[in-house]
Design a protein around this ligand. Structure first.
Ligand SMILES: Nc1ncnc2c1ncn2[C@@H]1O[C@H](COP(=O)(O)OP(=O)(O)OP(=O)(O)O)[C@@H](O)[C@H]1O
Ligand SMILES: [Mg+2]
Length: 255
């Protein structure tokens, strides 16, 4: 390990939107520490504050109370994939994928090569010069994934990145994400509605309560690293899935 600090630490974190009688308590209080190289998955009912937490982590929103700290080396960037993809409609697919590399002043030749590599991996090579308006939802999502991963981020924040993809592509990308994050020791905070996805990918799976989202359970899928998608076929996988499902069902049904 060697690195003493968690890459991401939330302490007593809350977020409320609005004021007075119409205020909405969206999140927390929540405590969370994600270790260097750890893959942390968050699952929880719709509207419980998951995206709010990720937006605070990305520095796009301020906490109402408490703190969220990020310790990155500044040599490698952080990257975020938004739930609505967050790609630029006025840039071509290739320019979107190159965006983070341009910001990071990666030389043009190398940036082009890396963008091309990621477009190929995402099955988008033929669409490099297309604009996002000409793409399907799943293709736009793949552009966002390529853009985030092309910078080889130290910290990766992902908000349901695979939600719009068909089951086969989703499985392929889960396996690929496992490989990439294990090879680069990327610290990842990953939101998903899919328990299977959380169990395949996560070192820890955090279950959140209904709004305002707090962490009500934490599980460690019992699969050693480096891990592959083969864990999906194990009895431990099925057992953990039904355990998490029971927890979530209680949160989804209003009392
Ligand atoms: N900018 C905002 N202004 C007002 N309310 C907001 C804002 N952003 C989020 N909220 C509210 O905060 C709560 C949590 O929203 P958030 O998007 O974080 O949920 P989520 O867990 O990501 O849900 P989903 O799983 O559906 O994506 C919701 O009640 C939402 O209406
Ligand atoms: Mg969300």
């Amino acid at each position: 390990m060697g690195e003493p600090y968690p890459k991401l630490t939330a302490h007593d974190l809350t977020r409320t939107f609005g004021r007075g009688p119409r205020a909405v308590d969206a999140l927390g209080p929540l405590d969370l520490a994600v270790a260097p190289g750890e893959f942390a998955c968050l699952v929880g009912p719709s509207g419980c504050g998951k995206s709010t937490l990720l937006r605070i982590a990305a520095g796009l929103l301020r906490p109402s109370t408490g703190t969220l700290e990020i310790h990155t080396s500044s040599v490698r960037p952080a990257a975020m994939i938004f739930q609505d993809y967050g790609i630029y409609d006025w840039k071509t697919v290739q320019a979107n994928v190159r965006f983070g590399l341009d910001v990071g002043r990666v030389p043009r030749r190398e940036a082009n090569a890396r963008a091309a590599e990621w477009l190929a991996r995402m099955g988008l090579a033929d669409f490099a010069h297309a604009y996002p308006a000409a793409l399907s939802g799943g293709m736009r999502q793949r552009v966002a994934i390529a853009r985030a991963l092309a910078v080889e981020p130290e910290l990766l924040l992902m908000d349901e990145p695979f939600a719009a993809l068909d089951a086969q592509l989703r499985t392929i990308l889960q396996d690929e994400l496992l490989e990439i994050t294990q090879a680069l020791r990327t610290t990842t905070l990953f939101i998903t509605h899919s328990l299977e996805e959380a169990i395949v990918l996560g070192d820890r799976v955090f279950v959140m309560s209904a709004r305002p989202g707090r962490i009500i359970a934490e599980h460690r899928p019992p699969f050693p690293r480096p891990r592959t998608g083969d864990v999906r076929a194990t009895p431990e996988f099925t057992a953990l899935k039904s355990e998490l499902w029971d927890l979530l069902r209680k949160e989804a049904v209003p009392a």
